[in-house]
Design a protein around this ligand. Sequence first.
Ligand SMILES: [Zn+2]
Length: 222
Amino acid sequence: MPTIEISGRQFNYTLQRKSILSLRLRLNSTGSFAVSAPHLIPQIFIDKFISEHAGWIIKNIKTPSKFPSFLNILDKKYDLIISKTAHDSVVVFDDEQKIYINSHLQTSPHIKKLLDKKLRILAAKLIKFHLSKYDFKYSHISVRNQSSRFGSCSHSNNLNFNWQIILFPLSIFQHILLHELCHTVVKNHSVKFWNLLATYDPNYRAHRRWLKSKAPKVMIFS
Ligand SMILES: [Zn+2]
């Protein structure tokens, strides 16, 4: 596979000789590009053609950004093992703390999509399990990927959580559950609400500060 340096980066590209009259350039999803060239055109013209389109290539090419090698789920570190396979699947091994991601595409958005689907199911289980430890009455629980909110509680006490809260430390995760559970008793953010929350989560102020400063960095699936 030929390579060429563009703006200090090495790019592999595929070169196909065809019965065409002019050079053609096409980007592909793996972070490289393909050039189609007439049979007899010398390499120097191909290099020149690529150089002339360097700005366009840099601007439009999808760089496979490096995916994190682990994820923290409620204080447990899970190694992410990504393999290229014909069929997509994600398997979580709780004992080994490993998540195997088998993907036919090695791009970051695709791997994120696979993980998002699997971890949402895991999050629903974890959220329901932890909610059951507290003595509150609520209706339905739903677990979604709302990008801006951690959780909410409706007027009829339906609880709604962003699945990505399982990526937070356990104390922060519990703080979010307790915040919404306290809303089943007090709907607004009055002094009565904060006093109630403080009885379950005495460090709620520090937990709120953590959410403000750290949460956006952890929620990589938004
Ligand atoms: Zn609230």
